[in-house]
Write a protein that binds this ligand. Sequence first.
Ligand code: AMP
Ligand code: MG
Length: 426
Amino acid sequence: MSPGRLSGPRRDPEADWLGWREALETILAHCDVLPAERIEAARALGCAVAEDVKASVFHPPWDNSAMDGFAVHAGDVRGAGPENPITLPVSDDIPAGSFPSGPLAPGTVARVMTGAPVPADASGVIRVEHTKEAPPGEVSFFQETDAERNIRRRGEDIEGGDTVLHQGDPVTPATIGVLAMQGMSDVLVRRRPRVGVLSNGNELADFDEVAEVRAGRRIMNSNGHALAAQLVTAGAEPVPLGIARDDADDVRRCLERATDCDAVISSAGVSVGDHDQVKEALDDMGMRRLFWRASIRPGSPLTFGLLGGRPFWGLPGNPVSAMVTFEVFLRPALRKMMGHRHHEAPRVVARARKAISSSAELTHFYRVRLSRVPGDLPEVELTGPQGSGILTSMSSADGLLIVPEGITEVEAGEIVEVIPLPGDWS
Ligand code: AMP
Ligand code: MG
C-alpha cells in the first residue's frame, strides 16, 4: 500500500473524529429507503408498511353482544331486582354464527351469545349471571342495570374506508391481526436490507476450523456471528462474505461476493495498524469515504463510506466495539432503509445506582444492566470491566448508557439515558 493513499483521507479534518450525532447524521443522509414489495403478512414482522391501508370490512360487522345473556327491551325489565324478579318469554335463540330471526318482539327476550348479532330494537343484553331460566321457554331477570349495555355497535372498532395502517407503521403481531381482520394475507412493505458481513484477520477461524481455536492457535470469528444476529434483530438479512485474510486481494475477493447486497459491514482492519488491508482494498475499489473516525468509546476507529454507491461500514475489530457501533450507527440506518418512521429506538430513562467516571473528550457507551425499581425509574449499573475486548460485558448487558462528550462524572442517583439492547430485562 502506498503511504500517499493511506495518509490522504487521514489528513482530511472534516472527515475525522466526528461527534456521534454528526456521524449518525452523515450515515443517515447516505442511506436511502429501499423499494417496496408485497409479501405475506406473516413474513413481514418487523418491516415497515409502505402504503396507507384502508379498511373494506367493518369490525364488528354487526351490532353484537358483549356478553352471554338475554337481549331485552329496557322497558320490559324496568324495576327488576333481587327481590323483584321479572319473568319474560324467550322468543329467539342466537348462538355465535347465527342470525336473529327478526326484530325483538315486544314483551319478549332473545338468548344471545357473545359476538352473536343482537336483534334489531333490543336496547341491551342482561348477563346470564343475573337471570334464572324458568322453563318452559321463560327467563327471570334479577337486575336491570344491563338493560341498555353490552351491545357492541357495527364498525365501532373499524369502519369501511378507515385508514387502519399508515405508511411507516411497523408490522407487529397486532397489525398482522388487523390485516387478517380485513381479509388481507399480504402487505406492501419496504424490502429487508440484504447486508454483507465480512470479517478480517489472519488470526480468525470459523466453525469448520474450531480445532485450531480449541488448540489455542486461532480465535473464533465471533464478530461475524454476533453482527449477523444483530442484523436479524434489526429485520435485515445477513449475507456472510466470509473471513478475509490480512491481504488486500483476499479482501477484494470477499467483497466481490456482495454484488446483490444493499449494504456491507466489515469488522477489523480499519484501524491505524500495519495490516489494515481492508482500507487498501476499499481504496482500490473506489470507495467514497465519508468519515473514518468518530469521537466515541468504544468504537472510535469507524469508517463509513459508499462502495459502489452502497453504504459501507468498516467497524472496529474488537468484539464489543463492533457490536456497540452496530447499535449506535447501523440499527438506525437500517430502520431508515426499511422505511420506519422513527429511526432511533426510544431511550430508556434510568437512574445511576453508583457514580461513574468518564473521560470528557469522547461520548461513552457503557454496557449496563437495568433493574426494575417499584414506583421509580429503573436503576442502571455497569456490567463489569468495560474493555472493548470483553464481550461478556455486552452479553450480560441490557443497554448502553450514554455519557456524552464533556461529562467526566455521573453521580449516584443521577438520571441517565440508555439505548436498550434487543432482549429482555428484569
Ligand atoms: P483489528 O481491528 O484487526 O486490529 O482487530 C482488533 C481486535 O479485534 C483484535 O484483537 C482482533 O483479534 C479482534 N477481532 C478482529 N476481528 C474479529 C472477529 N471477526 N471476531 C472476533 N474478534 C475479532
Ligand atoms: Mg486484524
